[in-house]
Design a protein around this ligand. Structure first.
Ligand SMILES: NC(=O)c1ccc[n+]([C@@H]2O[C@H](COP(=O)([O-])OP(=O)(O)OC[C@H]3O[C@@H](n4cnc5c(N)ncnc54)[C@H](OP(=O)(O)O)[C@@H]3O)[C@@H](O)[C@H]2O)c1
Length: 230
């Protein structure tokens, strides 16, 4: 039984990660913002002793530091940085705004790396030493044929670049850092017309995470294990 920390666990893929991980008996620390309904997560919490729910606003440095203090001394095997935002939909060139864009960069790129940095002491003590970042194929520059989505695409491309650096920097410490694309998934972000459900996406990603070793570190993979071009 390993210990997983999952961010953005109030709904969507984060909630599904928590559901599947507690279901297979792992210890799970689920984090979510305090100002949102957590009803489904609360339901899981009520029925699973292996689930702990803590508050984390990923865009707030103080909140990340507070979580670090709360978890001081606790071993974590796998960090799943899942929380993310899409930003303004349909904002085309001519309508872009810096404030919105900064917020998306903050949540999708800067926060996951700062959280990983804060929790490194916990992860160093673990046997897993896995740093997982839920990014997106929309961050693939090679795959960008549709254009648009400036904030979202650039935030995920930037996250990919940072994950690569982390993999290089921590390789000698036996860490495994991977960027994962969940597929186009029916969540609030993916919308009702997306191709797969959260159960399929998360069960696939967990297989990729379970198998990931040094050889996979620094790579960008789909939920089906396929390598995605940067
Ligand atoms: N769905 C897709 O098709 C798809 C495709 C590619 C990549 N992804 C990526 O997969 C991840 C999960 O997406 P999803 O589809 O599950 O999205 P979602 O349904 O919109 O859920 C997003 C989650 O992130 C949390 N979150 C957002 N901003 C936060 C903040 N500042 N602090 C803490 N938590 C925050 C949300 O919490 P609140 O409830 O408090 O807002 C929620 O739990 C994201 O990184 C997304 O970019 C999704």
């Amino acid at each position: 039984m390993a210990t997983y920390l999952v961010t953005g666990a109030s709904r969507g893929l984060g909630l599904e990660f928590v559901r599947q991980l507690v279901g297979r008996g792992e210890n799970v620390i689920a984090t979510c913002r305090g100002d949102r309904s957590m009803s489904e997560l609360d339901g899981l919490y009520d029925t699973h002793e292996n689930l702990q729910v803590l508050e984390l606003e990923v865009a707030d440095d103080k909140s990340i530091a507070a979580l670090g203090r709360q978890l001081d001394g606790l071993t974590i095997d796998v960090l799943i940085n899942n929380a993310g935002v899409y930003g303004p939909r349909g904002a085309a060139i001519g309508q872009l705004e810096g404030d919105n864009w900064s917020e998306v960069m903050r949540v999708n790129c800067i926060a996951p790396i700062l959280l990983a940095q804060t929790l490194l002491p916990n992860l160093r003590e673990g046997a897993g030493k896995k740093l997982v970042f839920i990014t997106s194929k929309m961050g693939s520059i090679a795959d960008n044929r549709g254009g648009g989505s400036y904030a979202y695409r650039s935030s995920k491309s930037a996250l990919n670049a940072a994950v690569k650096s982390l993999a290089v920097d921590l390789a000698n410490d036996d860490f495994v850092s991977v960027a994962l694309h969940p597929g186009w998934v029916r969540t609030d972000m993916g919308g009702p017309n997306a191709m797969i459900d959260a159960t399929t996406s998360v069960s696939g990603m967990l297989q990729v995470i379970d198998r990931a070793g040094q050889a996979e570190s620094g790579g960008f993979y789909g939920y089906d294990g396929a390598v995605i071009p940067w």
